[in-house]
Design a protein. Structure first.
Length: 189
């Protein structure tokens, strides 16, 4: 698959088969991420691969965060919310959590560190697609909770940028209509 085809056909895949993803493919996806551009070659990305019961450990953290944000823990709605948070990591057989550890060098701009990690994630998503895997980039407020960074052993400046849910697609995502790039482009001569 050429790069333009991969870019145009990649879609978020919300449902994955419960099938093991070979370690070699996960390693290829991570390696592709490390080829993202990053100013001053700081390599601010960090990767954490969760599978099997490792997903339950993340689920426990997500459940605890959800509990801490609820006012009435005993209600049926609250219990369902907690359970949903705990089960989120089981939506795919593998999760690659992508974190950032920004450089503390004076000449490094924080926004550029985040941009580099975001580019890294896009490389990873495109590589997963090219390898025949499905992936979806998940975040949300819970992702940025300091307890999540602590779980992964990140510094006070570090945080998780993406949970990449990865597996073999269980659905065929529909094509999306995109705004024609010409409508979004201004040429200045």
């Amino acid at each position: 698959m050429n790069i333009f085809e991969a870019i145009k056909t990649r879609r978020s895949v919300p449902k994955m088969e419960d099938k093991t993803v070979p370690t070699e493919l996960v390693e290829q996806i991570i390696e592709a991420g490390t080829y993202a551009p990053n100013h001053f070659r700081t390599e601010p990305w960090r990767f954490f691969v969760l599978s099997g019961e490792g997903r339950a450990k993340l689920g426990d953290v997500l459940g605890e965060i959800t509990k801490s944000e609820l006012e009435e823990l005993e209600s049926e709605a609250s219990q369902k919310k907690i359970e949903r948070s705990q089960n989120n990591p089981f939506r795919s057989p593998v999760i690659i959590a992508v974190g950032i550890e920004p450089s503390d060098r004076n000449n490094v701009i924080l926004k550029e560190e985040y941009a580099a990690v975001n580019a890294c994630v896009q490389n990873m998503l495109l590589t997963a697609h090219a390898l025949g895997l499905g992936a979806v980039w998940r975040t949300g407020a819970i992702c940025y909770n300091p307890k999540v960074a602590e779980f992964f052993g990140l510094s006070e400046q570090g945080e998780i940028i993406a949970f990449i849910y990865l597996g073999y697609p269980d659905v065929e995502p529909a094509p999306r209509k995109r705004t024609d790039a010409k409508e979004l482009t201004t040429w200045i001569n």
